[in-house]
Every structure is written in structure tokens, then in C-alpha cells.
Design a protein around this ligand. Structure first.
Ligand code: ARG
Ligand code: ZN
Length: 876
């Protein structure tokens, strides 16, 4: 069944309040629900009252205290209808559910002996009968009852207003959330946790109690999460003037979780991966990710909870905005230039792929079969790019003014993306009519730029052409409003002042360094331009588009050495490397000896030697684009050639600059006391990059370096980098090294997950057999999403040479796991299925093999609609 955005109808009733009472038991949890219901003034009284409900055993249903007989209600597909409901009444239901057998990890489930919930998007209907849609908002009171010994902590949203002991060793707690909320923000946790507490004083002087609940024994791994939470609270006050609104903020970490984390009001539930972090077990990247996700969920309290979504088509309203906010937060804590590059890498490798594939959708989709399939990098990350463009168009202050209006108008409401646009528009008297197309059109716009220099007039013209490829259901595209940030760089490497000639065409304005691209074709001319300037276009990745400008090799090298915009400086290097790789692919196709221009080697060396550059930036700039990013730059590709070409480039750079990599490895690799300041983190990153080049030389002396780094490591960054390089090399004893690592860390689940991912992404031919047997390894568990992502996700996502084996065993492996998982965990298996989305890019043999697997999957009995949607769209 397909859901359409255009079908939206308001719910005909208000739910004034909700009383839930849980009697927790693994196979027979009883949920008592009392709803105070009021028909809306303009609603049709003849219509039955419809409630959602899935996998519920109805024990009782009563209206105003009187039990209904079977003629007064009707059980329907995924719900229930009360016939002839009064205009105002209380509805009581009692249902039985089974958290223990709930492997979907949606609704109420048990995770290593503790109860927890995940309700977004439509999980609340697996807990009780309810209008499970975000525009129905109500206040919740929740009573939880369970065994006191086994479940000493009973948690839900808001404030605990009552608790006490009961007979038979049970106890109870009652929670009240004063804020109206949709059901997707409901949460319940019960278990025996370790607890870290602290507090935060808000900008108006209120004290908020902070609590982080984790598995027993993990307390020492929560301090970073607690510090991150405080930073996030402070940051939102300082940057956006947004203050927390309850007296308590709780975070519970669970090991079985479909996603990263969830912003339930006052009671966030997190994947352990985004809470636990210590020097020994977490990498520098993990530390930053924890801080970012803690920030993300905290920021949702305003962008998501106080102002929520009218329907799920509006998801980007809260997710795009909140991702943007967490990106800015991380940038402020670390380095904006580096953060920008990392965010764009995700767009190019994943979002461009989604936009060009069978699941392409606008950031505000028009239809879906299963909502969980639309928690996508398009809705989230492209959504954040769209938010970033407002800031580019309106300026920081204008953007803030827009947000102020948004909160003024919509606090406490469930609203749409259109409401957001209008707030921005009205606050700034700025016309966003054309900009709205970013919400309605899918696909990655392509911007082609050419330049012309008029030596007599000393004028440089840039000619822009934009287009957007056809996507499923969208044959025709209208031009977007694309802000293109530009610079002009003179012979010495300095930016010249931009003097755009005035244009009559209102669409073709230039404001400062922003060219507003609005027409399909458009030109701008800059005055007073010396000869030989090089344009630097789309600085800071000012719009999520593919830019094409025909730079010469030497121009790219010049930009790589001089662009003052750190994003475009990085970009020049990426384009340089990409160009070499595609040239090498051509050489492979025509069977000639591989070679590329020496100047690329010198450019690489110059960057490596540049003493003014930050190590983190260097590390990014020296990293050759990944296979998934390269794939999105061409229509079809011989994957073996692509990988061979990429490896050839890396090895040649390693050979030619061997002493340089070694020198920089030695100056940046640090043994001794562990520090986590910016500089130390940057040094570890750069040392890792240098070592990864050296490893391609397959020299024993280098293997010894990596082994030494692994043995001596006093932190997980150095250890996991070394382990990965060894396991992904041809070092003869690598499996023994991997085994030792596993033995050492087998009791640290998150480290074991890293180990699984490293094993699965080993590019050697034996990997397929190894990951076959890892399915039975004690460290693996198909029911645990983190493990599935580590083993199977890393294989499909980070091991292109083995996943795309010509014999098809990689595809066969993936399909088998999807078939084993779809009934157990529909959401996670649908994600895995997405690995086949780009099948049309490959050669005929591989296309046929992938298609065959998709058809096989589609023929499975009782296939989940999650997997069905992905597989069937892939084949359309
Ligand atoms: N709202 C959560 C977040 O981004 C993610 C929830 C995802 N849920 C899902 N069913 N896919 O913070
Ligand atoms: Zn979110």
C-alpha cells in the first residue's frame, strides 16, 4: 500500500490526555490505556473513530467505563474502529504484547534483559491502540510496574511524580510529561543500569538534572557523553537562544538499536555506539561522533519536539534542520573546514548515489510504502544542505531571524516544510518561490560552467548551465535557485576583489561572492580582472550539485596549492586524483601501459610538506576518493578497472614519495602519553594516512611499523588503524594478528564490532570465505543491528572488490542474509537491500547477477514491506 502526501487529512478528534499503565513481563506485558477524546468542531460525527494498532492482543475495550460489545467496534487491518463514538468520551483499552519476541526493535522490546522502546516513525501502534501520527499531540501520564530487583529503574518521559513498592517484590513509578507530544516521542525504559548523574544550569538559572543510564560496568565510558551533553545545551543557548524546558534530561544506552539514537522527550534512547567512549575502546572519530549525536538528539528538543512534523512526508523539517544544527555544533567544537569536507564526502558518496538510483526522492517525498525506508541521506543530509543554503542566501542573522519567527509562530504545533519556508520568507522579506523546488524535485542538479576572458576589456565571464536528470516519477525538472559561491585567484594565488557587472536580468544577480543561479542558462561578467586568473567555483560546496568546469591539470594543481577556500582546495585534489584514475581506466581499457603525469606526484608532495596546513586537512586532502564517490562520477564502469586504477595511483604515489611518507609518519606518530587535543588528533590522522600509503609497498619494514603501532598503541585510533592496514594487506601472518586482537577485545562489544568490520572489508579474495564462517562466530548475532552493519554492511559498503566479485558470490552472500533477516528485522534488512540499488551501473554480467538476487528476494514468502519497497523499486 502506497501512502501519498497529497492525501493528508487532519485527524477528526483531539486526544486531550493519555494515561498508560504498563505491567511489564517478557511475553505478556499488559498495557492499560485511557484516552480522553473530543471530536473536533468541524468533524463528521457519523465516521467511526480509527486507531492504529499492530501485533496487539485486545483484552478489553470500553467507552466511558462501559465495555463495548462486538457490534460497537471493529478490528481492521493494522487497527481498530469504534463505531458511533460520542462527541466526547473516555476510551479504555487493555492489550497484551510480547517484548521478548519483538525482534523488529520497534515498539516495546527487550534488549539484553532491559526493556526499551523505539516509536518513531510508527512503533507506538505496536504498544497500544492509538492515532499513531505526529499531528495528534497529547499530554502523557505513564505508570510502570515491574519486578523491583530485576528492574530497579523505571523510566518514561517528563518528571517522575510518584513511586513506591508493591506486593510480590514489585515496584512502580509514575511519570508525567507536561508537554503535549505526538506518540512517536513516547519512551519507556526499565532495567538495572549503572547511572552517571550531573547537572546543568540553564541561561535563566534553572537547574536541570542530567542522567545517563548504561549497562553495568560501563560507567567509566560515559563521561565524554555527559560532557558533550553539557556542551550541546550551552551551545544551543548561546547560538540560537534555545533553552531546555524540563527539570530532567535522561539518556539510556542500549546495545540493540536500529538507528543511531532517538530524541524522545526528556528520555533519549541511544545506540551504545553513540554514548560509550574511552581512550582504549573508541577512536578519535568515535569521540566526535558521540558528541555530534548527543548534540543532534538534544537539538531535536526544539527542532522536532517543541515544533514537530504534521505528517511523515515533512520529516526533513526536523531532520534536515537538526542535522544542520549538529554539523554547526561539531564545526564549532572542532574545525569548520574539516567538518565541511567530511559532510560533503557523505553527500557525494551516498546521497548522490541515492539521488541517481531507483529510490531517488525529494527531501520532502511525495509517497512511500514503508516510512522507515525514508530515513535517508536525502531527507537528512541533503535536507541539511538545503537548510545551509538558507543561511547562505539570508546570512547568519537573517537565518536566525527566520528561525525566531518559526518558533514564535509554531511552538507547540505539528507543521510542514512550507511553514518553515514561509517563516524564513516573512522574517526576511525574501522571495523563496523558486527555492522551494529543492523540496519538490529529486535528483542532483548539474551545473556546467565555462569561462571567457576578454583581454581588451579585462573582463571575465562565467557562463552557467544547469540541468537535473530525470528521476522516477519526475520526467521534467524546473531550474533550481542555486547559490554558487565563487572566487577568482590571481597568478600569485591571491583572491582578487570581485566586481560583477550589473545585469538587467533580475534572475542573474551576484551578491558579494554569491552568484544566484536561477535560469537554465545564465552568465555573469566580472570587471577589472587580470589575465590568467583561475575561477574557484562552488566554494564551501555552497549547493548540493555536481559542478563541471574544464580545468587543465596545471590549474587543478594550482588550486590544490593555493585556493584560500579550504573546501575547494581539497576539492581540487580530489578532482586531480579522480581525473588520473579515469585516465588510467581508459588505459586499462585499451590495454596500454599505465602512467600518469609526474606533476601529480609533485603536487602531492607539496601538500604533504606544506607546514602551514592542519594535519587533519592534510590527511583528507591526501586521501584518494573512494570507489563509491568515483562511481557517481560516471554512468557505467568496469569496476575491476576502477579499483585497479585507484590502487595503481596510490601505490605509485607511495613509491615515488616513500621517504616523505615515512618522514611524516615518524614526525606525526606519537608514542607516550595520550592527548586528545586538536593537534594530537590531527597528528594521529595524518600518521595513519602516511602509513596507509606505505603499506601499499608490501615491504616487511613497513609491516613491522604497523605491527609496532598496534602493539604499542595506548588508544583505539592507533590500534584500529594499524589493525585495518595489516588485515587489508598481504602480510603473511595477518590472520594471526587479527585473532590476537579479537582475543584481547572479545569482551568489548563495540571494539569487536570494529574488528568484524575490518575483517569484512578486507579486499583480498579469501574474505568471502572468512565472512561466511564469521556468521557462526561467537562475536556475531544476526538479531543485533550493530553486528549486521559491522559484518554485512561493511562488506557491501566498504569492500567493493569483493562485494562485486565477478563470480557473484558477494551478491549471493548478501541476498542470503537479507532472506534470513527480513522477518526478524524488516528495517535493517531493507537497509541491506539498498546495496543493490546501483546495479545498473555495472557490466552486463554483474547486472544480471544482481537482478537475479533481487528477483529471488522478491519471490520470498511474506516478504516484509520494507524489503519489498526497496527491491521492487530497484527493479522498476
Ligand atoms: N529521529 C531519530 C534521529 O534522527 C531517528 C529515528 C529513526 N527511526 C526510524 N524508524 N528509522 O535522531
Ligand atoms: Zn534526528
Amino acid at each position: 500500500q502506497v501512502h501519498y502526501r497529497s492525501d493528508y487529512r487532519p485527524y477528526p478528534y483531539d486526544i486531550e490526555n493519555v494515561h498508560l499503565a504498563f505491567d511489564l513481563a517478557p511475553n505478556a506485558t499488559v498495557v492499560d490505556t485511557t484516552l480522553t477524546i473530543q471530536r473536533k468542531a468541524d468533524a463528521d460525527g457519523e465516521e467511526p473513530l480509527r486507531l492504529d494498532g499492530v501485533d496487539l492482543e485486545l483484552l478489553l475495550i470500553a467507552v466511558d467505563g462501559k465495555e463495548l460489545d462486538e457490534s460497537e467496534y471493529r478490528l481492521i487491518d493494522d487497527g481498530l474502529e469504534v463505531l458511533n463514538p460520542p462527541a466526547r468520551f473516555t476510551l479504555t483499552t487493555k492489550v497484551k504484547i510480547s517484548p521478548d519476541t519483538n525482534t523488529s526493535l520497534e515498539g516495546l522490546y527487550l534488549s539484553s534483559g532491559k526493556y526499551c522502546t523505539q516509536c518513531e516513525a510508527e512503533g507506538f501502534r505496536k504498544i497500544t491502540y492509538y492515532p499513531d501520527r505526529p499531528d495528534v499531540m497529547s499530554t502523557f501520564t505513564v505508570r510502570i510496574e515491574a519486578d523491583a530487583k530485576e528492574f530497579p529503574h523505571l523510566l518514561s518521559n517528563g518528571n517522575r511524580i510518584e513511586h513506591g513498592d508493591l506486593e510480590d517484590g514489585k515496584h512502580f513509578a509514575v511519570w508525567e510529561d507536561p508537554y503535549k507530544k505526538p506518540s512517536y516521542l513516547f519512551a519507556l525504559c526499565a532495567g538495572d543500569y549503572d547511572l552517571l548523574t550531573s547537572s546543568f544550569n540553564t541561561m535563566t538559572g534553572r537547574e536541570v538534572r542530567l542522567e545517563i543510564y548504561v549497562d553495568k560496568g560501563k560507567l567509566d565510558q560515559c563521561h565524554h557523553a555527559m560532557e558533550s551533553l553539557k556542551k550541546a545545551m550551552k551551545w544551543d543557548e548561546e547560538v540560537f537562544g534555545l533553552e531546555y524546558d524540563l527539570d530532567i534530561y535522561m539518556i539510556v544506552a542500549v546495545g540493540d538499536f536500529n538507528m543511531g539514537a532517538m530524541e524522545n522527550k526528556g528520555l533519549n534512547i541511544f545506540n551504545t555506539k553513540y554514548v560509550l567512549a574511552s581512550q582504549d575502546t573508541a577512536t578519535d572519530t568515535d569521540f566526535i561522533d558521540v558528541e555530534g549525536v548527543i548534540g543532534h538528539e538534544y537539538f531535536h528538543n526544539w527542532t522536532g519536539n517543541r515544533v514537530t512534523c504534521r505528517d511523515w512526508f515533512q520529516l526533513s523539517l526536523k531532520e534536515g534542520l537538526t542535522v544542520f544544527r549538529d554539523q554547526e555544533f561539531t564545526g564549532d567544537q572542532t574545525d569548520h573546514g574539516v567538518k565541511r569536507i567530511e559532510d560533503v564526502k557523505v553527500i557525494r558518496s551516498h546521497q548522490f548515489a541515492e539521488d541517481a538510483g531507483p529510490m531517488a526522492h525529494p527531501i520532502r517525498p511525495d509517497s512511500y510504502i514503508e516510512m522507515n525506508n525514508f530515513y535517508t541521506v536525502t531527507v537528512y543530509n541533503k535536507g541539511a544542505e538545503v537548510i545551509r543554503m538558507y543561511q547562505t542566501l539570508l546570512g547568519r542573522d537573517g537565518f536566525k531571524r527566520g528561525l525566531d519567527v518559526y518558533f514564535e509562530r509554531h511552538d507547540g504545533q505539528a507543521v510542514t516544510c512550507e511553514d518553515f519556508v514561509r517563516s524564513m520568507e516573512d522574517a526576511n522579506s525574501y522571495d523563496l518561490k523558486q527555492f522551494r523546488r529543492w523540496y519538490s524535485q529529486a535528483g542532483t542538479p548539474e551545473v556546467e560552467v565555462t569561462s571567457e576572458y576578454d583581454a581588451d576589456k579585462r573582463q571575465l565571464s562565467l557562463n552557467f548551465k544547469q540541468s537535473c536528470p530525470v528521476t522516477p516519477g519526475q520526467e521534467e525538472k524546473e531550474p533550481f535557485h542555486i547559490p554558487v559561491k565563487v572566487g577568482l585567484i590571481d597568478e600569485l594565488g591571491n583572491d582578487i576583489e570581485l566586481k560583477a557587472l550589473p545585469v538587467n536580468d533580475a534572475d542573474a544577480q551576484v551578491e558579494g561572492d554569491i552568484v544566484h543561479l536561477k535560469a537554465a542558462e545564465q552568465s555573469v561578467t566580472f570587471d577589472d580582472v587580470p589575465e590568467k586568473v583561475i575561477p574557484s567555483i562552488l566554494r564551501g560546496f555552497s549547493a548540493p550539485v555536481k559542478l563541471r568546469y574544464d580545468y587543465s591539470l596545471s590549474e587543478l594543481i594550482f588550486l590544490f596549492a593555493h585556493d584560500s577556500d579550504s573546501f575547494n582546495r581539497w576539492q581540487a585534489g580530489q578532482e586531480l586524483f579522480s581525473r588520473v584514475i579515469f585516465d588510467l581506466c581508459d588505459q586499462l581499457n585499451s590495454g596500454i601501459d599505465l602512467s600518469f603525469d609526474e606533476s601529480v606526484i609533485r603536487a602531492t608532495k607539496n601538500l604533504l610538506d606544506d607546514s602551514e596546513l592542519d594535519g587533519q586537512f592534510k590527511s583528507l586532502a591526501l586521501t584518494i576518493p573512494g570507489v563509491s564517490t568515483l562511481l557517481e562520477q560516471v554512468d557505467t564502469i568496469e569496476i575491476d578497472h576502477l579499483i585497479k586504477a585507484r590502487n595503481f595511483l596510490k601505490r605509485r604515489l607511495a613509491e615515488e614519495l616513500e621517504l616523505d611518507w615515512l618522514l611524516h609518519y615518524q614526525t606525526n606518530h606519537h608514542v607516550g602519553d595520550f592527548e586528545q587535543d586538536k593537534e594530537s588528533v590531527a597528528k594521529r590522522a595524518l600518521a595513519g594516512t602516511c602509513l596507509s600509503y606505505l603499506m601499499t609497498l608490501e615491504k616487511d619494514s613497513v609491516y613491522q611499523l604497523a605491527l609496532k603501532q598496534l602493539d604499542n598503541a595506548n588508544n583505539m585510533t592507533d590500534a584500529s588503524t594499524a589493525l585495518q592496514l595489516i588485515v587489508h594487506s598481504n602480510y603473511a601472518d595477518k590472520i594471526k594478528v587479527a585473532e590476537d586482537f579479537y582475543q584481547k577485545w572479545q569482551n568489548e562489544e563495540l571494539v569487536v564490532n570494529k574488528w568484524l568490520a575490518i575483517m569484512a572489508s578486507d579486499p583480498s579474495d579469501e574474505t568471502i570465505d572468512r565472512i561466511e564462517s564469521l556468521l557462526d562466530h561467537p562475536s556475531f548475532e544476526l538479531k543485533n543491528p550493530n553486528k549486521v552493519r559491522s559484518l554485512i554492511g561493511a562488506f557491501t559498503g566498504a569492500n567493493p572488490s569483493q562485494f562485486h566479485r565477478a563470480d557473484g558470490r558477494g551478491y549471493e552472500y548478501l541476498a542470503r542474509q537479507i532472506k534470513a533477516l527480513y522477518a526478524v528485522n524488516p528495517q535493517v534488512s531493507a537497509r541491506l537491500t539498498g546495496a543493490f540499488n546501483r546495479w545498473r551501473k555495472f557490466d552486463e554480467g554483474r547486472q544480471l547477477k544482481m537482478k537475479q538476487q533481487l528477483q529471488d528476494i522478491l519471490s520470498m514468502p511474506e516478504l516484509s514491506k520494507d524489503v519489498y519497497e526497496i527491491a521492487s523499486k530497484a527493479l522498476q
